[in-house]
Write a protein that binds this ligand. Structure first.
Ligand code: AHG
Ligand code: MN
Ligand code: MN
Length: 336
């Protein structure tokens, strides 16, 4: 007996969010619809004119890929039609998109990375979509940023879609992590992993080693410790270059993903709102951790919608060992 994402979300909602009267599940159906549209384009990309650069540069200063633009338009369209949406923030839009809906109707803020791993689109490597959902805090029509710059701990739900060998939607609403695999015959996301838990220690570490000369010393030390077997096991290196793919492997197999500050990205490359926070929420719900080298990712108070952060994300053992490398030496002695 199959359980679709819609059925699951309605069950969760009846159990935990009775006041939501279906608005939350209707909102999430906007994301699953957009994900089906995006995966349709990805599956036949080379046959369509959706590969390569779109000829524009986005707010990040990065060349927009055609599929970035398509994915962004699909999400803006599908979510914009949900009248429970008050504000949308996208990696591809400099400013938030607001909807003139009364506060009692427009209850949610959605932030998203419409297509993650753009550099991999043209070479048929897994890419993804990442999203976070917040409650609107005030009347959004005059305090847009106050409603968008919420700490990650305020997330109502978050999730990602990985467009890989299968198309898998992974989400949490604060009561465990659930994964749904798109069944092309049914045309629906069907529950495939219930209450996903991340292994407490993993076989992999995942970092762009080509940039390691510019890593801060605590990362150098941590990587050396893993290589030397200090944590009681050997490690293999895996790095896809799509955050969603690297994280999904970490969720299932365990280990740690790192994107430190580098010469090119002194505050880290990954964005807090629509890359680090959503995945940090899922990691913690699955028994893992997510830090920036000084604090929990979910505790960071955002100051800009596109701000970047260093990110260390994954199994509890590795992230705790990384944190020991970040403490002053005397504190590490006490911590052991
Ligand atoms: P996006 O395609 O949304 O800009 O994200 C790309 C990010 C992330 O997916 C990945 O982990 C990282 O870029 C890879 O960066 P490097 O190529 O610098 O390693
Ligand atoms: Mn991204
Ligand atoms: Mn992106």
């Amino acid at each position: 007996m199959i359980i679709t994402a819609q059925q699951h979300i309605l069950q969760q909602q009846q159990a935990y969010f009775p006041e939501a009267e279906g608005t939350f599940s209707w909102l999430l159906s906007g994301i699953t619809l957009a994900a089906k549209m995006i995966q349709g384009k990805i599956r036949q990309a080379a046959l369509l004119d959706v590969l390569g650069a779109a000829g524009a540069v986005n707010v990040q200063g990065e060349a927009q890929q055609k599929l970035d633009v398509y994915a962004n338009q699909a999400l803006l369209h599908c979510l914009g039609l949900r009248d429970s949406v008050a504000i949308l923030v996208s990696e591809e839009n400099e400013e938030p998109v607001t909807f003139d809906r009364a506060p009692e109707t427009g209850k949610y803020v959605v932030v998203f990375d419409p297509l993650d791993g753009s550099s991999n689109i043209d070479v048929n490597v897994s890419v993804g979509t990442i999203f976070s959902i917040y409650r609107r805090q005030t009347d959004h029509r005059d305090k847009v940023h106050a409603n968008v710059l919420q700490k990650g701990v305020q997330q109502v739900a978050s999730g990602y879609v990985v467009y890989g060998a299968s198309t898998i939607l992974v989400y949490t609403a604060g009561r465990g992590v659930f994964a749904f695999t798109l069944d092309p015959e049914v045309g629906a996301f069907v529950l495939s992993h219930e209450n996903l838990k991340m292994p407490s220690q993993g076989p992999y570490y995942s970092v762009n080693e080509a940039q390691s000369a510019g890593f801060p010393s605590e990362y150098q030390q941590f990587i050396a410790n893993m290589r030397s077997g200090l944590f009681g096991r050997s490690y293999n290196s895996r790095y896809v270059g799509s955050l969603v793919a690297d994280f999904h492997r970490t969720m299932l197999k365990g280990g740690v993903f790192m994107y430190p500050s580098t010469k090119a990205y002194p505050t880290g490359k990954l964005r807090l709102l629509y890359e680090a926070n959503p995945l940090a929420f899922i990691a913690e719900q699955a028994g893992g951790m997510a830090v920036d080298g000084h604090q929990r990712i979910l505790d960071i108070q955002p100051t800009d919608i596109h701000q970047r952060t260093p990110l260390v994300l994954g199994s509890r053992v590795e992230v705790e060992e990384f944190q020991k490398c970040c403490l002053p030496v005397e504190a590490v002695v006490q911590a052991r």
